[in-house]
Ligand binder design. Structure first.
Ligand code: NAD
Ligand code: DAU
Length: 334
């Protein structure tokens, strides 16, 4: 089995590649990644010399790069590649349209030319927008509220159209928020943990009463592995755990684990268009046999430990381009 994984140098893509190489040593992996600010070859150091792993530097929105990665053919394509950070999409949406919309389109066009047995689109619960009460099902309408969410929704709609029109074997997943070791330190959990390890404050947007559902990396890998085996073409699958937490609860947990009090919280101006609550009904995935494997707290402790033990990894990242981005973000919002 040969699989093209796109965006495999990012947080979740690299975690999935390492998971697959460990659990399916007979699978061949080709990783196509543009190496944007979020892509880091260090994430794959432990597997870079594996016989059944190949890295191709390239853009999913460039047909030549996609053809090079497909080579003589692949059995499956799993598309993790995307611009992923909501705040960046508010500052500079262009790259989101190019990668998340045109990049998805380019991969789907390549699918039309090659005999690929399965395509899995890694997408997000944000396409549904915000829900005050209850849960989003796979049939909930798309109501994206950020340029990021709209770009992912557009990619997902193209997937639907390519299944309906060309009968291509495409699956779309809508997952809740990932957390775990090695996430780029711009997202809530790694930003707050690393800020506290540097004895800085943590910037809570608005009142911190927004709620997100969380899934630990390994459990997301197991969900995609299951869908690669049992997922049905043309179907959409929500991927969630039911662990819905308000941002203040997440913040207080991190503060307590690292031995700090609420004096470390700085309430800052809210994110424009900020979604209040995401929550998924994931029964369809559970019906295939998936269940999460550890508690939210255990996942949080493992995550926090990783940042404590790997300062060399994230300290390098929290400089340069990263700091420039933060200066721009706060200048825009003040
Ligand atoms: P990430 O930002 O950590 O990594 C994205 C990767 O994609 C990077 O390696 C980057 O170099 C690569 N990339 C970006 N543009 C590219 C392009 N044009 N061509 C090739 N490669 C490109 O991402 P992540 O947080 O691991 O998310 C992975 C996927 O999961 C994304 O599709 C995202 O929308 C989706 N998702 C993320 C979350 C989350 O909580 N992070 C939740 C649900 C769904
Ligand atoms: O729901 C899935 C989505 O989760 C993915 O599709 C996105 O790629 C991923 O980035 C994530 O989006 P969120 O906006 O939910 O994640 P983020 O970590 O940016 O923010 C989580 C919550 O914390 C959100 O309500 C905003 C808030 N927040 C975030 C940051 C970075 C803060 O209060 N302060 C911060 O500094």
């Amino acid at each position: 089995m040969k699989i093209l994984i796109t965006g495999g140098a990012g947080f979740m893509g690299s975690t999935f590649i390492k998971y697959i190489l460990k659990n399916h040593p007979d699978w061949q992996i080709v990783n196509l990644d543009k190496l944007t600010y979020a892509g880091n070859p260090e994430n794959l150091k432990e597997v870079e010399n594996c016989q059944n792993y190949e890295f191709v530097k390239g853009d999913i929105a460039n047909r030549g790069d996609v053809e090079k990665a497909i080579g003589d053919g692949v059995d499956k394509i799993i598309n993790y590649a995307a611009e992923t950070h909501v705040d960046r999409s508010i500052l500079e949406p262009d790259a989101f349209i190019k990668t998340d919309v045109f990049g998805t389109f380019t991969l789907l066009e390549a699918m039309r030319q090659h005999n690929v047995a399965q395509y899995i689109q890694i997408s997000t619960d944000e396409v549904y927008g915000s829900i005050q009460n209850g849960l989003f099902t796979e049939a909930s309408p798309f109501e994206p509220n950020s340029p990021y969410a709209a770009s992912k929704a557009s990619g997902d709609l193209l997937c639907r159209a390519y299944f309906k029109t060309y009968n291509l074997p495409i699956i779309v997943t809508h997952s809740c928020n990932f957390y775990g070791p090695n996430q780029y330190p711009e997202k809530l959990i790694p930003l707050f943990v690393t800020n506290l390890l540097e004895d800085k404050k943590v910037p809570v947007y608005g009142k911190g009463n927004q709620s997100r559902e969380w899934i630990f990396t390994n459990d997301h890998c197991r969900a995609i592995e299951l869908l690669a085996e049992k997922g049905q073409p043309g179907e959409v699958y929500n991927i969630g755990t039911g662990w819905c937490k308000e941002n203040m609860e997440v913040t207080r947990f991190i503060l307590a684990e690292l031995g700090f009090g609420e004096e470390k919280i700085e309430f800052v101006k809210d994110r424009p268009g900020h979604d209040l609550r995401y929550a998924l009904n994931s029964q369809k995935l559970k019906n295939l046999g998936w269940a999460h494997s550890l508690s939210w707290e255990e996942g949080m402790r493992r995550t926090i430990s990783w940042y404590k033990e790997n300062e060399d990894r994230w300290k390098k990242i929290k400089s340069g381009e990263y700091l420039e981005y933060y200066k721009r973000q706060y200048a825009e919002r003040s």
